[in-house]
Design a binder for this molecule. Structure first.
Ligand SMILES: Nc1nc2c(ncn2[C@@H]2O[C@H](COP(=O)(O)OP(=O)(O)OP(=O)(O)O)[C@@H](O)[C@H]2O)c(=O)[nH]1
Length: 283
């Protein structure tokens, strides 16, 4: 039997977003620049049709610059406005503002022709849990008007935040759920740390990471861990355990420790700027 597990709170959140969509002109969708496809839910295309669309490639500080550029082109070719971003820094916010104004110009022009003056453009932030929605709203609005945290689901309350005389932002972001049913999506979300590690097999996860690194980022495992990249992932993990002195009592190699270390270093960016997904066009 093939059925979809879709708990009540997700259905409720989706319905809420459907309602909120009626109030807005522009959808600001955050994706994780390291996994631009897995961190999206295609439902948003249905929910946000006929709205101006902006994709913020967030956590770009952790992603490969080359791949972020390729993804930006990919999304732009599909008709989205795109800005790369580190939501914690104020630096990229001017670009966001400029693009919001550009995305809304058409609507303001339409209003003007109809004799409606100075009606602010209304926008809403959407994205999957932990993608940086609250951080973005806080930084962009310039004050702590929504709670942020690194646990999914901390965002509560609802009101409009006036960003400037032209733009208002709904303070409550819309939450979409990723497509768990796709295994690759689950894997990539787990790799970036968007799932509880307790329910994951860390050793397996690190082997998947090593495989992606070996195939797409030649030199990185050798440089950081002194591992021979011609080896298979389990052998590489063993070399990491050896070279990083991951041992248990009795001097036995501790693979789980090496696995956690590798994942931590990837997630924190210490391993470098790494994107896990690539657009289909040639590199
Ligand atoms: N490196 C990096 N970390 C970020 C960035 N934006 C947000 N974060 C971190 O990501 C974590 C999640 O950010 P939140 O703003 O709470 O994410 P959210 O989408 O509101 O999460 P929910 O409330 O679960 O829906 C926090 O630890 C942030 O500090 C970014 O651009 N770069």
């Amino acid at each position: 039997m093939n059925f979809q597990w879709y708990p009540g709170h997700m259905t409720k959140a989706r319905r809420q977003m459907q309602e909120d969509m009626k109030l807005i002109d522009l959808v600001i969708e955050l994706v994780d620049a390291r996994i631009p496809l897995s961190s999206r839910n295609p439902d948003i295309d249905e929910l946000g049709r006929q709205k101006a669309r902006l994709i913020l490639m967030n956590k770009a500080d952790l992603a490969s610059e080359k791949q972020t550029k390729r993804w930006s082109d990919f999304f732009q070719n599909k008709g989205y406005y795109v800005v790369r971003l580190d939501a914690r820094a104020r630096a990229g916010m001017k670009d966001v503002n400029d693009v919001i104004m550009e995305a809304c110009r058409e609507k303001m022009e339409r209003d003007r022709k109809r004799g409606i003056k100075n009606r602010p453009v209304r926008a809403m932030v959407v994205g999957i849990p932990n993608v940086g929605k609250s951080t973005f709203i806080n930084t962009f609005a310039g004050k702590a008007c929504t709670k942020t945290g690194n646990k999914p689901g901390v965002t509560k309350g609802k009101q409009w935040i006036r960003l400037n005389k032209n733009v208002e932002l709904l303070d409550t972001p819309g939450i979409l759920w990723p497509r768990f049913e796709d295994q690759r999506v689950g894997l990539h979300l787990a790799l970036i740390g968007s799932m509880k590690d307790e329910i994951l097999n860390i050793d397996e996860l690190s082997l998947e990471l090593i495989k992606i690194l070996k195939e797409n980022y030649p030199g990185i495992l050798e440089e950081r861990y002194g591992a021979a990249e011609t080896a298979e992932p389990p052998e590489i993990l063993m070399q990491i355990a050896e070279n990083r002195n991951c041992v248990k009592k009795g001097n036995e190699l501790d693979y789980s420790k090496a696995a956690s270390l590798t994942l931590d270093e990837f997630r924190s960016g210490r391993l470098g700027k790494i994107t896990l997904e690539f657009p289909k066009e040639p590199q």
